[in-house]
Design a protein around this ligand. Structure first.
Ligand code: FEO
Ligand code: CA
Ligand code: CA
Length: 630
């Protein structure tokens, strides 16, 4: 998702320009004793001669059109698009989109984002059938309804709410390599009206209680589900990102509302006109019940999604989970807004790899930390815990529930480092190094001070920071970091737009995922208002790249159709099928389509067989049946 109309809401950046130091100088400042703590990692290591991890030929931007471009020798097909039946049994979308809200509740939602494949054994293989779980981040109501948003009705609000959330479905590979949705009782939709519970320290707190939920532990729905995470105990984590945009307040927003970006308009979803709980004048606590990481058990269709409050409340991009050496569960999370922070959660109890049922509440107890990236190339994780680091009642932090609900305020207070819009985070399976995409921040250096980890003024192209936790221990509170790549166009004549990319032109990195070989897959989300213009003149469509953590090379693997974002990724265990999501093909710069001309920019993937473009999951495979990317 693009920034929409979200302005900077973090007023606390106090870093000075003197904190910006030459990265080479910073390396020298790290003592040899400290360096020994990080001997396992690629961070600050120089391995320019390694053979690339991947072997495909780069896809040129000159091939970009209103379709998917993959390397020679690869094929792709659509698995499931917005409006497709979730089990092959329910009604699929009608060409005139006259489908009702209850039809939409049994169809794939709109704007696919984070996703995951949960393998099911079939004929001895774990790579020909599996549960497909995908997020549906937001709706383009110009496309969703026949006639768009005029007139605006309660039924359209319900349909918009039904097109948000998550789909769980079963998919299976055909003999020709294509994947299709198959019927299975676990298929279900989780929408903006599905009952969810709240667990952890904020559950039942006074800040969570509403007229409809006087216990403060049951919430209707999840929405703006952006990226995701997967647990080793078989559950799916969906992350609530721009939750503020659904709420409206006509009175002056209070401090807490201002800090998440509340105003009298929202992002124009207009839910509050027919669903009163989105009117903050009437239901002030409803907003505290969104902005969480939500755990879903895809194998149990009767299970209730659980909002895990111990992981904090902010504009959650994703949740990259890893198990530390000491078996603690560690979840890395970005808060995607200009000037916001990077967080991690470390569980109190240890992961039990033998008895998986012992893990079901691991995300309810632990410590939430926020990152400080110091100018000397080291960093600290600062605990957001009541009565630690000044987070006391005397300083306005009454209890842990308050701290978690207002995690941004707590992070401001302890001096976290403001970042250029933290998006996805990924952990290298070979050495536990951590990577975060910082997609862009045009206000850096003007409205927001530069800092060492965000060193580019008017950062239009974005960058990727990576770090290594001390001793390779993901639960450590000390790390060493560096800038992995300053994105840009290597052929640009403007140094600040060129960056230092090794390989192909790259801008606005967003989706980020390691496969089990250690290839870093990077997906871009250049806003539809900038694609093909100015700094992005040479980039017509969003794309996906493979990168090698040793050489730092980026090689373009896929180009998406017009006006889309490429986001969400997983592979089958045999790595012979890759799944990705194509979000909002044909999106207009306003992010809402003109209902009279829905195909104005794109008609992917149905071409002329349908009336409008549709977000979709696609499968990608090699024609010779070998592993993808090799
Ligand atoms: Fe939903 Fe920050 O992308
Ligand atoms: Ca983005
Ligand atoms: Ca994103």
């Amino acid at each position: 998702m693009n920034e929409f109309n979200d302005a900077i809401v973090n007023p606390t950046d106090k870093k000075t320009i003197s904190e910006l130091v030459n990265p080479q100088r910073r390396n020298i400042l790290i003592s040899s004793a400290v360096a020994a703590l990080f001997a396992h990692s690629n961070v600050l290591a120089s391995e320019k001669t390694s053979k690339a991890l991947f072997g495909f030929k780069s896809v040129s931007y000159t091939l970009a059109n209103d379709d998917i471009q993959v390397p020679t020798g690869y094929s792709w097909s659509v698995v499931a698009a917005w409006g497709d039946s979730i089990n092959g049994q329910t009604k699929s979308i009608s060409p005139d989109v006259s489908d009702s809200s209850s039809d939409q509740e049994k169809q794939f939602g709109m704007h696919h984002d984070g996703c995951a494949f949960f393998p099911v054994k079939l004929n001895g293989s774990d790579s020909i059938k599996g549960i497909w779980v995908t997020n549906h981040e937001y709706t383009d109501d110009g496309l969703l309804h026949a006639g768009g948003m005029e007139p605006w009705t309660a039924e359209k609000v319900k349909k918009s709410q039904a097109a948000h959330g998550v789909t769980v479905s079963m998919i299976q590979k055909s003999d020709n390599g294509q994947w299709k949705v198959v019927n299975d009782p676990l298929a279900r939709r989780i929408t903006a009206n599905t009952l969810c519970t709240v667990s952890g320290p904020a559950s039942g707190s006074s800040y969570m209680k509403t007229a409809a939920d006087q216990k403060g532990n049951e919430v209707l729905g999840t929405f703006n589900n952006c990226a995701n995470g997967v647990t080793p105990w078989g559950t799916y984590l969906t992350c609530e990102e721009n939750f503020n945009g659904y709420f409206v307040k006509t009175a002056k927003p209070n401090m807490h509302e201002q800090r998440v970006g509340i105003d009298n308009k929202g992002f124009g979803y207009r839910w509050q006109e027919h669903d009163e709980r989105f009117n903050l004048d009437k239901h002030p606590n409803e907003i505290n019940r969104f902005g969480w990481v939500v755990e879903i058990d895809p194998k149990d269709p009767k299970s209730t999604p659980i909002k895990r409050s111990a992981l904090g409340r902010f504009k959650h991009e994703g949740a990259a989970l890893t198990i530390a050496k000491n078996k603690k569960v560690v979840v890395y999370m970005g808060d995607d807004q200009r000037n916001e922070y990077v967080y991690k959660f470390v569980s109190k109890k240890s992961y039990d790899s033998v008895n998986q049922s012992n893990n079901k509440d691991l995300l309810d107890n632990g410590t939430l930390y926020v990152a400080r990236y110091d100018a000397d190339g080291t960093g600290r994780w600062i605990a957001l815990e009541h009565n630690r680091n000044g987070l006391t009642a005397a300083n306005g932090f009454n209890d842990q529930a308050y701290i978690l609900i207002h995690a941004r305020l707590a992070a401001d207070f302890v001096g976290a480092t403001s970042m250029d819009r933290p998006e996805w985070i990924a952990v290298n399976p070979n050495n536990q190094d951590v990577y975060v995409t910082l997609t862009n921040n045009s206000d850096r250096g003007t409205k927001v001070n530069l800092n060492a980890a965000n060193p580019r003024a008017s950062n239009l192209m974005g960058h990727i920071v990576r770090w290594s936790e001390a001793n390779g221990d993901s639960s450590s509170t000390v790390f060493k970091w560096e800038i992995y790549t300053l994105a840009g166009d290597p052929n640009s004549t403007e140094p600040h737009l060129r960056g230092n990319v090794i390989g192909d032109t790259l801008g606005s990195p967003d989706g980020l995922w390691f496969d089990k070989r250690g290839i870093l897959w990077t997906q871009t989300d250049i806003s539809t208002s900038t694609l093909g213009k100015g700094a992005y003149a040479q980039i017509p469509n969003n794309a996906m790249y493979a990168s090698d953590p040793k050489t730092k090379e980026f090689r373009r693997f896929l180009i998406g159709p017009k006006g889309c974002e490429v986001t969400g990724i997983d592979m089958t265990p045999d790595m012979k099928t890759m799944f990705i999501n194509i979000q909002h093909p044909g999106e207009s710069p306003s992010e809402r389509s003109n209902p009279q001309t829905p195909q104005a920019i794109s008609n992917w993937p149905d071409k002329n067989n349908f009336t409008r473009p549709r977000s979709a999951t696609i499968a990608i495979w090699r024609d010779d049946g070998k592993v993808v990317g090799a």
